[in-house]
Design a binder for this molecule. Structure first.
Ligand SMILES: [Zn+2]
Length: 79
């Protein structure tokens, strides 16, 4: 093995490590919203499934889109 091969190997190992770290970080953030956000709507009598997209965009979300808008309307009316 000459020096060029060794350098390439080290570079590839470094790149693979960087990718693994990136993936681990992404997974951590991924798990974060999964824990924070409810999978099912917590409004009484609803229980609709909250899409992953919404759970990710709105971390900590507890209501589906419909219940959220109803809730907001009720809050506005209460003020
Ligand atoms: Zn709902």
């Amino acid at each position: 093995m000459d020096i060029f091969d060794q350098a390439t190997e080290a570079e590839e190992r470094h790149r693979a490590q960087a990718l693994a770290e990136q993936a681990a970080k992404a997974q951590l953030q991924d798990g974060h919203w999964r824990e924070l956000s409810a999978k099912w709507c917590e409004a009484r009598g609803c229980g609709a499934r909250i899409p992953d997209e919404r759970r990710r965009v709105v971390p900590g979300v507890k209501l589906c889109v419909e219940c959220q808008s109803i809730n907001e309307k009720q809050q506005r009316r209460a003020k």
